[in-house]
Design a protein around this ligand. Structure first.
Ligand code: CA
Ligand code: CA
Ligand code: CA
Ligand code: CA
Length: 664
């Protein structure tokens, strides 16, 4: 299913954004026409294209024939099977996460400000070895105008027994602003993770006080901003050992003149309707908000370097999810931004404090049809174990979800159809997304969290619903053993995959330290959903918690939480890649501990760690089913549940180990 990158792509001169867009769209369209004649694709076709249908404010492919199950339910809220392996169970009530609720404006969703939902950050804020959960909240217009108290964000402490307790108030992290994205990172390198929250209005930077409380230092740090910040990611782009912060801007929103479909707010009405019916306006037709890159200075303040670095988004695209990750394996974090109904950004880190805009030439800007999509979520993972990170992007209903295969040298080919992820998701609006290896076989799977933006879809026979179920795809060998593809896993009635919710933010991580990747969803206007991984496989696994240090060869220091590290684990006859990242999914922040499924192997293999400092260490892992703490230059310094597998008993931290790393 892998195709050679287009030679056409490489020849195109960098003239202007518009020219590149047109030329690339044409080139990719031609290639698609040629390739679709020669290979079988699973891509359904719209009955009416976007241009014919006047699809309004959000990019899609057009109008597709509705798909119903045998009970005449739209497939987004149906299609359940009676029998099958239960992969996830809905543990929301058992975990007590249902004691909190997300709120964003009104249920009617008259305005775009009310529709996009908020993120989830997985953070072990108290350093007890167990992941806690930060859930960003939205707000209400009454709260914005000071008429009513603001809804609070939640910080759910992990009680180690399957339950969680909301400690946000005591911790001082309730936010009380109209919140969107979250990114977890230990920005001040003190060994305690901190929380950045992107808001409509001023942002928050919650510095961890090491005693269960946080202090908001956003103003002092100089990263408040004042309009619509959305996604965020931490990464040390200039290699000085201090994490820098990128914040995507969405719409430049004027609260005094809100764009509603009734009045049109000065916007052409086609941007305020779906299938001819009025819905909230936008984002098309609304002014966009710029993106910001903040460089961290030595004294814990930040300087806006967006323009100098070349990532300021002068076109004002509608930015959602952003993430720093090294896409071309040169050891420097590159920057990816998923833009809603605009081309996506791929910025290559040049190593001199600036980035090169390779959005179009890389193939990441558009989909396989050469069209910009309503990118919402962005998952990063090496699904075919070739050592290069691939990208999965979720988008609007009546559209194809996309998989960008990394061909090397920062060139991507969009192969969603060939890989098998376009057919089922068409009627779904996709948000949170990732590559969790849910069955621990060493091959990363794909999960998408879904929910519509328009409540009005429930009043019409359009084959989609406001509350939707998640979608899970298993990574399996391709046809005739060529490459990898994804196989849709049907939702068993009553299981976690059959949970209906209007999902938005989602984070993937091992909440119970049992080696199985769970999912926390932050739906709009509802309680969170915890999908606990109960897949009955007995595959083995390892997880790593990395602590950065100093590289004696060049005296460079890695960020303390090792964001930017790349790890290759050789085990079970495979070589897998994981990266330590902050951001992604949909404006969320996943478990930052690299996780590796080992299948039936009982030898945990060797981890080759590429630290942000440039040091490369190979470390033999002593046992499977363990969580190893590895400190740069010191090897394994702790093992969670050393004496017996983590699944068998309550873990405890052991004193530092003596295994020595091998430096290259
Ligand atoms: Ca904890
Ligand atoms: Ca900190
Ligand atoms: Ca830096
Ligand atoms: Ca798998």
């Amino acid at each position: 299913m892998r195709r050679d990158p287009s030679p056409l792509r490489r020849e195109i001169e960098l003239t202007s954004m518009q020219d590149i867009h047109r030329q690339l769209a044409f080139a990719i369209l031609m290639l698609t026409v040629i390739s679709s004649q020669s290979q079988q694709t699973q891509k359904p076709k719209p009955v009416q294209t976007e241009q014919q249908g006047g699809m309004g404010g959000i990019s899609s492919a057009g109008t597709f024939a509705p798909v119903y199950d045998e009970n005449k339910r739209p497939i987004t809220a149906g299609g359940f099977v009676d029998k099958g392996t239960i992969v996830f169970e809905d543990a929301t009530r058992a975990s007590r996460l249902s004691t909190w609720q997300h709120v964003m404006g009104t249920k009617q969703k008259m305005y775009i400000l009310e529709t996009d939902g908020s993120g989830v950050g997985l953070i072990d804020y108290d350093n007890d070895g167990w992941l806690d959960i930060y859930l960003v909240n939205g707000s209400t217009f009454d709260a914005l105008y000071g008429k009513k108290p603001a809804p609070h964000a939640a910080l759910f402490h992990n009680n180690h027994d399957g339950t969680f307790t909301d400690v946000a108030e005591k911790a001082g992290v309730t936010n009380d602003r109209w919140g969107f994205g979250v990114a977890i990172g230990d920005y001040n390198n003190d060994g305690w993770p901190d929380i950045f929250v992107a808001n409509y209005g001023h942002n928050r930077l919650y510095r961890n006080n090491h005693n269960g409380t946080f202090t908001d230092v956003a103003e002092k740090a100089g990263i408040l901003l004042d309009n619509w910040s959305d996604g965020a990611t931490w990464g040390d782009y200039d290699g000085d050992g201090r994490l820098d912060l990128f914040i995507s801007g969405y719409v430049h929103y004027d609260l005094a003149h809100q764009p509603a479909s009734q009045s049109n707010g000065g916007i052409a009405s086609s941007f305020c309707q779906l299938h001819g019916f009025p819905v909230m306006c936008g984002p098309r037709g609304l002014p966009g908000e710029a993106d910001h890159l903040f460089h961290q200075n030595a004294e814990g303040t930040f300087t806006d370097v967006s323009t100098k670095a070349g990532v300021s988004d002068p076109s004002r695209y509608y930015g959602f999810t952003a993430i720093f990750v090294d896409v071309n394996n040169d050891g420097r974090p590159d920057l990816l931004v998923a833009n809603d109904s605009n081309p996506n950004f791929l910025y290559l880190n040049k190593g001199d404090g600036t980035f090169e805009d390779r959005s179009y030439v890389s193939g990441f800007a558009l989909n396989n049809d050469g069209r910009e999509i309503a990118s919402m979520g962005l998952g990063v993972g090496d699904y075919n174990n070739d050592g290069l990170v691939d990208l999965v992007v979720t988008d609007f209903s009546d559209d194809y979800k996309t998989l960008y295969h990394n061909d090397g040298e920062a060139s991507f080919t969009e192969i969603g159809s060939e890989a098998g992820i376009t057919q089922v998701p068409v009627p779904f609006v996709g948000w949170g997304v990732g590559f969790p290896d849910f069955d621990n076989d060493g091959w990363k799977d794909i999960m998408m969290i879904n929910g519509h933006v328009y409540p009005q879809v429930d009043d019409h026979d359009w084959g989609t619903t406001f509350a939707e179920r998640p979608l899970l795809f298993r990574n399996v060998p391709g046809a005739n053993g060529n490459g990898r593809k994804f196989e849709y896993i049907p939702a068993v009635k009553g299981s976690g995959l059959a949970t209906l919710t209007s999902g938005r933010g989602a984070a993937f991580g091992d909440l119970f330290n049992d080696g199985k990747i769970d999912v926390v969803i932050n739906p709009i206007d509802g309680p969170p959903v915890l999908l606990k991984n109960v897949d009955p496989n007995h595959h083995h696994w390892v997880e790593l918690k990395l602590i950065g240090g100093t590289n004696p060869a060049n005296s460079k220091t890695s960020p303390r939480d090792a964001i930017g590290a790349t790890i290759y684990l050789t085990a079970n006859g495979m070589r897998q890649r994981e990266d330590v990242m902050a951001g992604g999914s949909y404006i969320s922040s996943n478990d930052q501990r690299p996780h590796f499924g080992l299948g039936d192997a009982t030898d945990a293999g060797t981890a080759e760690i590429h630290w942000p400092s440039g040091a490369v260490e190979s470390i033999k892992l002593s046992a499977v089913d363990r969580i190893f703490t590895i400190t740069e230059g010191k090897g394994i310094t702790a093992i969670l549940c050393e004496k017996q597998p983590c699944t068998a008993a309550k873990p405890r931290l052991t004193p530092p180990h003596t295994t020595r790393p091998v430096r290259k």
